[in-house]
Design a protein. Structure first.
Length: 280
């Protein structure tokens, strides 16, 4: 485990033989010389990150190291590092309900990545993986079920691909521990944009037609009617992102639309949808 060291100030009260430690969120007094020397050492050496192994080197015993970590976290001196870069991007698992996408993925990545049917998704027990979920046919109900499942997972990173509105969409990278916009935020932003694009009473756009299906049937499933070759731009984009530097975390909240008419690419950034449960 890695920890980030928050900024802090050290004040000496010589008459009281006491040291005051102040952070942005907290202040406390201590007479523990080992702790004070440790904090001074980090300050003098400008240490911004520290690991559990570092604590073991300093405090020797595991129970003392754990107690020290707990105290420093409770005192806002350190916090767990939740890096928003794709640290496990080489460990990829792919799930899909599209036979064409699964076939193409196996053709290209069979030796590199685990590729499975979406029916097996809830049986997975992965940790620290990048999990790509491809939905075609797409249904909002299925997306909600999957998001509900992954929101109980704090270790994996997820990216969604789905067919909708005669296009292919690639979501941002999402992890519940990051607190960034979830896949539902992405989908509802697409819905909002499509509804807003209607012109005239008699010119029903794609989303209005979908809404009519929901109102009458209570359910709608969109099948992109895609060929195997239609998925090539998706594979290409995923392959490019896989090769990006881990330090380049600016892509985390990037989203992509691939127009199936001409395969043009439209990039954007995913933002929170204000009605989503993840927006708190």
């Amino acid at each position: 485990m890695k920890y980030v060291v928050n900024p802090y100030l050290i004040y000496e009260l010589e008459d009281e033989n006491t040291t005051i430690i102040q952070t942005k969120d907290n202040s406390f007094a201590t007479k523990n010389e080992v702790l004070v020397n440790f904090l001074r050492y980090m300050e003098e050496n400008k240490i911004g990150n520290i690991t559990f192994n570092d604590f073991m080197v300093i405090f020797k015993e595991e129970n003392i190291a754990n107690e020290s970590i707990k105290f420093l976290m409770d005192s806002s001196i350190i916090k767990e590092e939740n890096s928003t870069y794709l640290s496990s991007i080489n460990d990829i698992v792919i799930f899909s309900n599209s036979s064409k996408f699964l076939e193409l993925s196996r053709d290209i990545w069979k030796e590199d990545h685990e590729i499975r049917s979406l029916d097996e998704f809830k049986d997975q027990n992965h940790e620290d993986k990048l999990i790509i979920v491809c939905l075609d046919p797409f249904s909002l109900q299925k997306l909600k079920e999957i998001v509900s499942f992954i929101n109980k997972d704090s270790t994996n990173v997820y990216k969604f691909v789905f067919a909708y509105n005669h296009s292919l969409y690639l979501s941002n990278y999402y992890s519940p521990r990051w607190g960034n916009p979830c896949p539902l935020c992405f989908f509802y932003s697409i819905e909002s944009q499509l509804r807003g694009s209607q012109s005239g009473k008699n010119n029903l756009n794609f989303q209005v037609m979908v809404d009519l299906f929901y109102n009458e049937k209570g359910f709608f499933q969109y099948d992109g009617l895609l060929n195997k070759s239609d998925w090539l731009p998706v594979i290409n984009q995923l392959h490019k992102e896989k090769k990006m530097s881990k330090a380049n975390y600016s892509i985390i909240d990037d989203v992509l639309k691939i127009d199936l008419n001409d395969f043009s690419l439209s990039y954007d950034t995913c933002y929170f949808w204000e009605m989503c449960d993840c927006y708190e």
